[in-house]
Design a protein around this ligand. Structure first.
Ligand code: DLL
Length: 443
């Protein structure tokens, strides 16, 4: 299929009223939802009630968006402290599904959704798929993982809401992915951008690009550049779109970019975005870089008030060339913490530390993570210092230890890891905050 050019692109909206709503009308809608949500969490979530009481804030003090700055922030650490179900605003039997992602301490970050939350999630993804030019006639090959990770289920729900055909492949086995793409006549696919490029190159190598009927891809869960998008588009002759989300807020479908690729449109009727200075908490101007913060305006299961994503970006409220008034966030420039997204999986250096410490003898908790991109796929190498006695020992024992460390790390992180055992004291100790990650990827 030839790639559709910008000139020939017909803008489509799933919900034109919301997507092109005037600023005043949107502010009124958001204000009404915020007031209701604040009262809801105050009445039903002890954590929020306590936090508001501590600063003498009552729900009646929140009259609309203009008062949002009075509300305290919520952090990933708050989620951890209330793990797994401490932040629910409904009884547990109302929870229709849970989704999760890696947390900082080996525990998951868990998010709970009611039936209505799941519907809203599907609706938001469907808005994004529509923005990518897809309709009920499309066949969407989903090679995001299914499971606690929101990628597979999120795209699936979006395809369902759109009335399109979902092809739930999950990740892995590239040959089989390509065979099914061709045999089932997939017209679109979703996966991480790094895997999309890998798939594209595999299709090219196998000489099957012309036999595929693809016209679009929807990629996210990790940072990627416009150059990478162009590469995927050029190989497969498709249009590729960036999709963002996090399980706490909803999975994929919090924001998606349109054909103009000038930022990702945030579905602000459900997820109110703020960009703040991460050090002071003060709001940033449009165009100024800071930390993205979300308030879930209509979430029932686990509503979040001013949730700090740790993702760094800037926001633009000007109307887009596509006609949408939904504000756009720029591609992320990094995070405020040391989390790395590797092959779509969130990895914290502290997870490595916890796993190494749990192993007992043989290894020291001195380590370094090195992330590379080989053949367009992320590769994680973990350098680990070995205790003195092991180093003077026979090679076989070292090999065994390396395999054991690799198995333990794979179990802890959920991705395969290359392990390099190194001599004691060979990993550089930095002064002050330890530098635990070297990221050689050009993102
Ligand atoms: O990664 C949800 C998702 C699935 C988004 C599939 C898109 C496609 P989590 O596992 O909770 O959720 O990880 C969320 O991943 O805070 C960002 O740091 C990063 N991230 C997600 N999407 C993008 C993107 C899913 N498009 C964390 N660009 C977020 C850059 C992204 N980073």
């Amino acid at each position: 299929m030839p790639k559709i050019s910008l000139e020939n692109w017909k803008e489509r909206y799933r919900d034109p009223k919301i997507e092109c709503m005037g600023r005043d009308e949107m502010t009124t809608l958001q204000s009404e939802r915020l007031v209701k949500q604040v009262k809801n969490v105050y009445d039903h979530v002890e954590f929020y009630r306590r936090k508001m009481d501590e600063i003498g804030l009552k729900p009646e003090d929140i009259h609309g968006l203009e008062d949002i700055g009075k509300l305290p922030f919520t952090t990933k650490e708050d989620l951890r402290d209330n793990y797994p179900f401490g932040l629910l605003a409904v009884p547990q039997e109302k929870i229709a599904r849970v989704q999760g992602t890696s947390g900082t301490t080996g525990k998951l970050t868990l998010a709970s959704y009611t039936k209505k939350d799941v519907e809203v999630w599907g609706e938001c993804v469907a808005r994004g798929l529509t923005m990518a030019g897809l309709t009920s006639e499309d066949r969407i090959h989903i090679c995001y993982g299914y499971g606690l990770f929101t990628g597979g289920m999120g795209l699936d729900l979006g395809a369902q809401a759109l009335g399109a055909m979902a092809i739930p492949m999950s990740s892995g086995n590239t040959k089989r992915q390509l065979m099914c793409m061709e045999d089932f006549g997939a017209t679109a696919f979703g996966c991480t951008p790094s895997y999309a490029l890998y798939l594209a190159e595999a299709a090219e190598e196998a000489g099957i690009v012309d036999r595929l009927q693809l016209k679009a891809s929807v990629n996210g869960a990790e940072p990627w550049t416009n150059e990478m998008r162009q590469k995927i588009e050029d190989i497969l002759h498709i249009n590729s779109f960036d999709i963002y989300g996090l399980c706490e807020v909803t999975g994929p479908g919090v924001a998606v970019d349109c054909i103009h690729h000038k930022g990702l449109h945030v579905y602000e009727d459900y997820f109110y975005p703020e960009v703040i200075n991460p050090a002071t908490g003060a709001p940033c101007e449009d165009g100024e870089e800071g930390e993205l913060v979300f308030t879930t305006l209509a979430k029932e299961g686990m509503p979040l008030i001013r949730y700090r994503t740790k993702d760094l970006t800037s926001i633009d409220h000007k109307q887009c060339a596509c006609g949408r008034t939904l504000p756009r966030i720029q591609k992320f420039t990094g995070r405020t913490d040391d989390m790395k997204v590797i092959r779509g999986v969130n990895v914290f250096p502290t997870q490595v530390e916890t796993a190494l410490l749990s192993m007992g003898g043989g290894v020291a908790p001195h380590y370094m993570l090195i992330v590379d991109r080989e053949n367009n796929l992320d590769v994680l190498t973990v350098m680990v210092e070995v205790s003195e006695e092991y180093f003077s020992d026979e090679i076989r024992k070292l090999d065994e230890l390396r395999d054991k460390v690799a198995a333990v790390l794979k179990q802890a992180l959920g991705i395969a890891v290359r392990v390099k055992l190194v001599e004691p004291k060979s990993i550089q100790c930095s002064e002050g905050k330890a530098k635990r990650v070297i990221d050689n990827r050009i993102l």
